[in-house]
Design a protein around this ligand. Structure first.
Ligand SMILES: Nc1ncnc2c1ncn2[C@@H]1O[C@H](COP(=O)(O)OP(=O)(O)OP(=O)(O)O)[C@@H](O)[C@H]1O
Ligand SMILES: [Mg+2]
Length: 273
């Protein structure tokens, strides 16, 4: 459980608060989307979820422990954060060592480390690069490596900052599958993204941030109905929501994916709802 109470945050040397009066509870097994304009405070917020940043005022508790009371390493074992920019995460000489690094730090035994690194390499199609420098990977492959490194240590919370940037269609589909699989294991996945189509496919609890303040926190469908809030956050609607609005009341529900939209449209064309 991550509990945030009256969180205010400002960076050193800065006068303005980047986060203002944030209150949140995120439990196990949830899938949560966080959206908002550039500079609205999304990355700053999630850096509080593993103790990387500490509140200027207010508290953040992870499994009941105040983030001021323990090290980032302590919280990271439970909360894995995949950075927006892979360059901020990658620093080992080979892809294998990059995945093994955290596992060694957390004190796993050699045999388990080898097993987990092997699993992560295979799962993310990176085995062929195991002896390669991560710096030589493509942008999309680097992002996959960062996710592989975090999933290898099996944290309860997985936070992904802009995971779809630079990913092709197949990798995005795979990412959806991975996130759904993690949820079935009662993990929590928090996704920060500008990608409305990706977020729509996940159907998460959706939190919108504008100028450091949470302006909406609700299920994905209700959030995408709130035109005033969407405008405030500079968000467009997913195409399937647009389709629903065009056809309402001929179709009564928002289709969550193209398969559902297809069957709704077929029924409509055949003259039954
Ligand atoms: N290390 C820092 N020192 C000072 N100000 C910072 C620092 N990092 C971020 N900021 C400022 O804090 C605000 C919020 O930044 P943040 O990175 O959290 O936004 P974001 O919502 O993740 O944006 P984006 O969608 O572009 O990733 C911005 O105004 C940014 O300029
Ligand atoms: Mg960001």
């Amino acid at each position: 459980m991550i509990e945030v109470e009256s969180l205010y945050f400002k960076y050193p040397l800065s006068n303005d608060y980047v986060l203002k009066d944030i209150n949140l509870k995120i439990g196990l097994g949830e899938v949560v989307g966080i959206m908002g304009g550039n500079g609205s405070g999304k990355t700053t917020l999630i850096k509080h979820f593993n103790g990387l940043l500490k509140p200027t005022k207010g508290t953040v508790k992870i499994f009941g422990k105040d983030t001021r009371e323990e090290s980032v390493a302590y919280f990271s074992k439970k909360v894995g954060l995949v950075f927006q920019n892979p360059g901020h995460q990658i620093f080992s000489d080979t892809v294998w060592n990059e995945i093994a690094f955290a596992l060694k730090n957390f004190g796993f035994e050699e045999e388990i480390i080898n097993k987990r690194v092997k699993w992560a390499l295979e799962f993310f199609n990176l085995t062929q690069y195991k002896d390669t420098s991560p710096l030589l990977l493509s942008g999309g492959e680097k992002k996959r490596l960062c996710l592989a490194s975090v999933l290898a240590w099996n944290p309860d919370f997985i936070i992904l900052d802009e995971p779809t940037v630079g990913q092709d269609f197949l990798q995005k589909e795979k990412l959806i599958e991975i996130i759904k699989m993690l949820i079935t294991q009662n993990k929590t996945v928090i996704v920060v993204s500008h990608d409305v189509e990706f977020i729509w496919l996940l159907q998460p609890r959706l939190i919108l941030i504008s100028n450091g303040v949470i302006v909406k926190d609700g299920d994905c469908k209700s959030v995408f109905k709130d035109n005033a809030i969407l405008e405030k956050c500079g968000l467009t609607k997913p195409q399937l929501v647009e389709l629903y609005e065009e056809l309402y009341p001929l179709i009564e529900q928002m289709p969550v994916d193209i398969v559902e939209a297809h069957s709704m449209l077929l029924k409509l064309l055949r003259g039954s709802k």
